[in-house]
Design a protein around this ligand. Structure first.
Ligand code: PMV
Length: 323
């Protein structure tokens, strides 16, 4: 039995530290950003499955989509996980406030919301790890060699320490002392696949240059994790700024990102860095509740297309054992 109407959401995310190096087995930390979200509604229809992408103002018939299309792929994978042989006669409406190709996890959030909404539509419960694994399959189609951090933080909807490996380490964690970030958007869409591909080319050409840089990112992520867990997030600032310098060495910054990072620091941020794939997209600045709006204004004046103030750790969190 399926429901006649249902909906589900998924948040955006930022990577606090360790991006790019995480693709090469170093740890990274990501946190959800609940101010932006993907929302998926499913309503029963008379015949066949159609998808209405509100942001693109387009409607597709499911059967017309290429199998590799991200939306077709996540629907197919989810139906298969739910052991449902025939796509439902329904309309899937996708609406997202997460800017695309900007490091905020828009693709993974849309996929996660689709999985959740389909499971609900069929009155089924999928474990969080299964949702994350399904979204990862689609991330692989589109990103080439994703680490898996995006699908993990978005599906778990809580801060996560992540290290890919033969035994991937996924540690969702609680934040005892909340901290505030300002997320500044360069407004430049920058597909993660290109930045990740360029880093790979560089690493293949001169691994001896790249490996120590990856190690530095990994060390920063470890130290950041300990500071957050031990309730000292205000001390994270220098680590974030140091991480930005390493990401510049990895060639994934840009003049616009550097300008926003510098503007945040000049306005009193405790630390700042690009976040995600880089070359465009978003940067983050660690601020206090008192300085947040000054730094938000400084970023907008320095050319940010928008800025979001988000506090990490004050969301109501389920106990980790319930995940
Ligand atoms: O651009 P985003 O937010 O999707 O972040 C990608 C993070 C990378 O480390 C660059 C790639 C990955 O798969 O981990």
């Amino acid at each position: 039995m399926s429901a006649s109407a249902t909906s589900a959401t998924a948040p955006g995310k930022v990577i606090l530290c360790g991006e790019h190096a995480v693709v090469y087995g170093r740890p990274a930390i990501a946190v959800p950003v609940t101010q932006v979200q993907a929302k998926v509604d499913i309503t029963s229809a008379a015949n066949e499955l159609t998808i209405h992408a509100v942001n693109q103002n387009r409607t597709y018939r499911y059967t017309d989509l290429e199998p590799s299309h991200a939306i077709a792929a996540i629907i197919r994978l989810t139906l298969s996980a739910l052991e449902i042989a025939k796509p439902p006669n329904a309309i899937i409406t996708i609406n997202s406030t997460i800017p695309i190709a900007s490091g905020l996890g828009s693709g993974a959030a849309v996929s996660t919301a689709i999985v959740r909404a389909l499971a609900k539509y069929f009155n089924r419960d999928l474990p969080t790890q299964t949702i994350s694994d399904l979204v990862f399959q689609v991330e692989k189609i589109h990103h080439g060699t994703p680490s898996g951090i995006d699908n993990t933080v978005i599906a778990f909807e809580r801060p996560v320490y992540f290290q890919r490996g033969p035994e991937t380490i996924i540690k969702p964690f609680t934040v005892p002392c909340p901290f505030t970030l300002v997320v500044g958007d360069t407004g430049i869409a920058s597909p993660t696949k290109i930045a990740v591909g360029d880093v790979r080319k560089g690493w293949e050409a001169t691994p001896s240059h790249y490996e120590p840089l990856f190690d530095q990112c990994g060390q920063i992520a470890k130290q950041a994790y300990h500071l957050i867990e031990s309730g000292q997030p205000e001390s994270l600032g220098p680590l974030l700024t140091q991480n930005h310098a390493v990401l510049r060495d990895l060639t994934v910054s840009s003049p616009e990102l550097d300008r926003l990072v510098q503007a945040a620091l000049n306005a009193g941020a405790l630390g700042a860095k690009l976040s995600g794939g880089g070359r465009g997209g978003n940067m983050i600045a660690l601020v206090t509740k008192e300085t947040a709006s000054t730094i938000e204004q400084a970023l907008l004046q320095a050319g940010a297309k928008r800025a979001i103030v988000t506090t990490i750790g004050d969301q109501i969190q389920s106990p980790i054992s319930n995940l």
